[in-house]
Ligand binder design. Structure first.
Ligand SMILES: [Zn+2]
Length: 160
């Protein structure tokens, strides 16, 4: 069997590196800079359509329901419900394979689907056997440690 060795560090082309979007200079390019700015300020937000009321995640620049670009930023309710989860033990993407096993989950926040969102996220401080569908979970902003000069933020879920 032929074996290949993966490099320790892979430089992603700009299109595959979402982190440029969190720079103010990327605001014009993506239209979702505010999502990253809000994350850095401790808030998890998404976009809601002012015309039809559709709220979705991830944030968008055009409503996926009515195609309007008349969107506003709204805060995602802090506590939601665990809808599905699984434990990633093998085959995690690069870098994440260093922290496996971990839980990947889908949770619903707010009054989904009319006035809420369904999101995927990771759970770090609960094991698979400690979780069950329907558990109350909250989102939490985390700082991503990595080889970057700037601070990077994301979110995870935490069992309440
Ligand atoms: Zn709409």
């Amino acid at each position: 069997m032929k074996k290949i060795k993966l490099p320790d560090l892979i430089e992603l082309p700009p299109l595959l590196d979402p982190w440029d979007q969190q720079e103010a200079s990327g605001a014009d390019a993506t239209g979702i800079y505010e999502f990253y700015r809000n994350l850095a300020e401790g808030d998890l937000t998404t976009t809601k359509c002012r015309d039809c009321g559709k709220i979705g995640f991830p944030p968008a620049i055009i409503c996926t329901n009515c195609l309007s670009d008349n969107l506003e930023w709204v805060r995602i309710p802090e506590v939601g419900e665990l809808y599905a989860f699984s434990e990633m033990r093998l085959g995690a993407p690069m870098i994440l394979d260093q922290i496996a096993p971990f839980i990947v989950a889908i949770a619903r926040f707010g009054d989904y689907p009319e006035n809420g969102v369904q999101m995927s996220g990771m759970i770090f401080d609960s094991g698979y056997d400690e979780l069950k569908i329907g558990d109350r979970v909250k989102w939490e902003i985390i700082e991503i440690k990595g080889p970057a000069e700037r601070k990077r933020y994301w979110y995870c879920f935490k069992k309440v």
